[in-house]
Design a binder for this molecule. Sequence first.
Ligand code: KIV
Ligand code: ZN
Length: 502
Amino acid sequence: MRTIKIFDTTLRDGEQSPGASMNVAEKLQLAKQLARLGVDIIEAGFAIASPGDFEAIKTIGSELEGPVVCSLARAKEADIKRAWEALKDAPKRRIHTFHSTSDIHLKYQFRIDRDEALKRSVQMVQLARTYVDDVEFSPMDATRTDMGYLCEVIEAVIDAGALTVNIPDTVGYSIPSEFGAMIKAVRDRVNNIDKAVISVHCHNDLGLATSNSLSAVLNGAGQIECTINGIGERAGNCSMEEVAMALRTRRDMFNADTNIITEEIMRSSKLVTKITGMSVQPNKAIVGANAFAHESGIHQDGLLKDKSTYEIIRPESVGLHKTKFVLGKHSGRHAFRTRLVELGHSLNDEEINNAFERFKKLADQKKEIYDEDLEALVSVEYAMVPEIYSLIDMSFSSGMNQQPVATLKLSVNGEEIEKTEQGDGPVDAIFKAITSITESQSKLLKYEVKAITGGTDALGEVVCSLEEGDKSVSGHGADTDVIVASAKAYINALNKLAARIK
Ligand code: KIV
Ligand code: ZN
């Protein structure tokens, strides 16, 4: 039985999804969850791309235990040095460098010939090896590269010291039989291939990223690059939960498995949704809301008789449990802290105290507090951004035959400002009042409300995505009153935007 390494690139390629950008605190929170999930390598960012990426890699590298932490770097000296700067405190670190190899990219994008691309790739792998032992090289657009040349590049970078060679289907063009044959050809034709792990990185433009990755495993690939919920550039990347569960469920076919702790899948998926604001389609395999819902009477009948009739994966094995009541009004700080630790949160005393205060307020409004409510309560501690704007008070009125109107009082850099606005509905009126107070130029990209648990007293969770110039962010707010949650989400997004524009 082979163990396939899981290289998670949610924080790098995943973050390239429009609107999915994350701040350092959010990336660290997600990296900790990825470590709990059991991924082998975390691509924490692209160090030279922005100060935020650099900081995130540095923070994750120095705070995280377990997985290898990796930075992406173009095959350029400055990129590799920057990646090293970001990684040098990480006990386990990798530099992942890449250069295009397809004639289309070399001719139209780089305007260099094959020899020059080969030379740059080799030199930069050698440079990366002067900093770290663990170097990965990707010939970008590999699936549209001449096979003879691709093998030549791979052999040369392995000679130069690359320990992992990644075959990216950058534009999501390949199909499973072809991609599998390509991996086999690399194994057959590259003389020193036994000195490196073959990795694959498939994009989902034709909906084939998972199938292509699995076909690669059948042909000898030892590492899969993927993201939680399959997020990523354009149509996204191979989805982590799909490959991990396919390998686990069909070990008989693949004779391979991963180190993934599958019970952590659901929680990882929800965290990515919460942080990026990107919801999962209901019929998405493994993590969609309907993935384990059996609707047809015939199926239900079979399931009642024996689960094996229609269920190939036990919902609990991916961390899907029936929500259970945990805490209430009379629960104390100790029970609160204990449950948070059981849920995998490591907050300091001040953070626990802040969260406990919010818990007590919530317990006054809501009789039963579920795990999901607790997750929403503490997510505020992770999503901390400097608060230029904070909500002091708000009131609104609306009705069937009444123009909705909202009055809001915000603190803006410590100064209290109050405005009243009318709108098409209460949320519209609230947002207009916030925009008028903050004078924000941002565009609202998305506004989404959902109930965290069942019941009319459920916490309402709002995600609000904003864009200004080339920056986009998602803000969150949770409250038993969805209008208040909406205001909190909008203000959280404005604070994040201000922190990114600064
Ligand atoms: O899709 C791609 O080719 C990439 C590389 C940087 C590996 O993301
Ligand atoms: Zn990619």
